[in-house]
Design a protein around this ligand. Sequence first.
Ligand SMILES: *Cc1c(COP(=O)(O)O)cnc(C)c1O
Length: 454
Amino acid sequence: MDLIEKSKKYLWLPFTQMKDYDSDPLIIESGKGIKVKDVHGKEYFDAFSSVWLNVHGHRKKELDDAVREQLQKISHSTLLGMTNVPATELAEELVKIAPRSLSRVFYSDSGAEAVEIAVKMAYQYWQNIGEKDKQKFVSIKNGYHGDTIGAVSVGAIDIFHKVYGPLMFEGFKTAVPHVYRYPENDPEKCRDEALETLENLLKEYHKEIAGLTIESMVQGAGGMIVLPEGYLSGVRELCSKYDVLMIVDEVATGFGRTGKMFACEHEGVEPDLMAAGKGITGGYLPIAITYTTEKIYEAFYDEYTNLKTFFHGHSYTGNQLGCAAALANLKLFEKEQINQQVARKAEYLQELFEDILDLSHVGDIRQLGFMCGIELVYDKKTKEPFPFESRAAYKASLKMRELGLLTRPTGDVVVFMPPLASTEAELKEMVQIMKQAINSVTIEEALHVAATSY
Ligand SMILES: *Cc1c(COP(=O)(O)O)cnc(C)c1O
């Protein structure tokens, strides 16, 4: 049986309708720089950083060497009741780069777990200090925090989450300031209205609210929605005012993705808890972290018999190979000035996008650093979306694949999140491919919609 047949016979892929996979299978065999190669030898730009992970490209020498070196010592030992060398050294480095409020690192293996841990910590924090009524969470509509039940409970994307409704714990959902879909073209008004809605909620219910979860500066999976300036810092102020722990999700935005080490730096926000993952190992290995303040840490620090311990951990928590890769990754951030580079190249990218924004079915392009979304619409003037059945962005991504570029849309939004090390020439080539694919697919789709529905 050839590999493609085997993949269809034995695999069940994440976030994938397998009927789609069966008609368009793909198996990656190798990668180098910002390109990956499939089993037939066809090359593709990794324009979504293998789902938002990759930083320095594939087979980066320093990362390869760090993992190889660690292999000579040990691959894994537990973090339950003890630690290991790279996990300890990495924790120090991670605290150095974190917002000032954060001084402790708790390891896990994925972004969803990092969020889940933050939620459990926030909940138990109030229990431990005797504020027993503070049990609920506020989350932002359209937010995404991963796929475990806890992370889904604080998420709010109907198409992914609705079916699990009965399994989820209840909480409050508050409005998202989505400027493009706001009736008036006024980011400040859109922001202030959302903050007012949140304040009204907190004013009434803060005595039963433990924490608030929010993606930092950009809602990723919800459609690359860049939050208007001043919103995140406004949320910070409200959380402090009403004694609610602010849990910032930097899983997608952290580690340079937006041109800062963490996106909350754009507004000088200091969270109470912060989840990060994805780019932490340069896209090599599954490490994630939850940062906390010393104040939260201390609420768990006591005689064992008082049962304030944080009873949570995973088999592979603090894995040595992953931590070694993360340490090497952080060194590269400094050596290659990654954040400064992204901030600079993002401006160039914005210029390149002007061409795409001109296309007749591109409604909006949203960008913060190298985190970008191109929203396809049926009618550019009225912002009317393509019908759900059109799958215009999905079809555009298949066209891009044909043209040698991989990405994966979220709804009607084409995601562009190239590795942070992408050069200007590579950015230009990738944008050209996307433009060509978007143009041909949307024109064809629009004709099809016009012919069938009227
Ligand atoms: C990807 C993502 C997660 C989940 O991370 P996994 O490692 O896939 O579990 C959580 N939050 C945000 C904002 C993400 O983009």
